[in-house]
Write a protein that binds this ligand. Structure first.
Ligand SMILES: O=c1nc[nH]c2c1ncn2[C@H]1C[C@H](O)[C@@H](COP(=O)(O)OP(=O)(O)OP(=O)(O)O)O1
Ligand SMILES: [Mg+2]
Length: 198
């Protein structure tokens, strides 16, 4: 088996990766990461994903896969974007983050609430080779939170082609369509190459 460390401290992401991975890449074992959490001082999702993957590869000596992701609102020029995790000021306070975003968008009429989730994955080998891919899940911001599945901004994100939030749709639908599943599909060839190289 080839081991790849998943360089995240977000247990929700780790669970989604396990659910999405399935048997997509035979011979691959994704291992957890409890090493140091680097400062995400990049100004793009790609820069932050590379920062996280490089730190984990250096700490473990293994190939590392990191995700930097967020919600991007059209009418806000793509914000919160890389600031999604701490939009309301405290890292990982999903309720505060989504409540603030709903308040900020309260006056926006239907048809102007377009948004998308972005997930950018970076795969880094101990030798320093890097692969960066991105997945985008288009949709809109609801007027109020609904649903109990998922995490983060799922309760206020209505994916294109649905009338329910990602938190109402549940993991089967989300993991088949999400930004994270799309990004993962794009990184599979690089993961297969890693396994083939042994
Ligand atoms: O599927 C998602 N469903 C809902 N919200 C999501 C999703 N994916 C990212 N998000 C939002 C919430 C999170 O707070 C932020 C990620 O911030 P981000 O820095 O990439 O992750 P994090 O700090 O929670 O963990 P880590 O950096 O260790 O991977 O974007
Ligand atoms: Mg983070």
């Amino acid at each position: 088996m080839v081991r790849v460390v998943l360089a995240t401290h977000n247990r929700h992401k780790a669970l989604e990766f396990q659910q999405i991975l399935g048997d997509a890449v035979p011979g691959l074992e994704i291992v957890g990461y409890d090493g140091p959490e680097p400062v995400e001082d990049g100004v793009t999702f790609a820069e932050n994903a590379l920062i996280k993957a490089r730190a984990a590869a250096a700490h473990t000596g293994l190939p590392a896969l990191a995700d930097d992701s967020g919600i991007c609102v059209d009418a806000m020029g793509g914000a919160p974007g890389i600031f999604s995790a701490r939009w309301a000021g405290r890292h990982g306070d999903a309720q505060a983050n989504l409540s603030l975003l709903l308040d900020q968008l309260a006056d926006l009429p239907d048809g102007t609430r377009g948004a998308h989730f972005t997930a950018t994955l970076a795969l880094v080998t101990p030798a320093g080779a890097t692969t960066v891919v991105e997945g985008v899940w288009p949709g809109r911001i609801a007027r109020e939170a609904a649903g109990s599945h998922g995490h983060g901004y799922d309760p206020i994100f209505v994916p294109e082609g649905h009338d329910a939030t990602a938190a109402e749709l549940g993991p089967e639908v989300k993991n088949a369509e999400s930004h994270r599943s799309r990004a993962f599909a794009a990184i599979v060839p690089a993961l297969k190459e890693l396994v083939a190289a042994g």
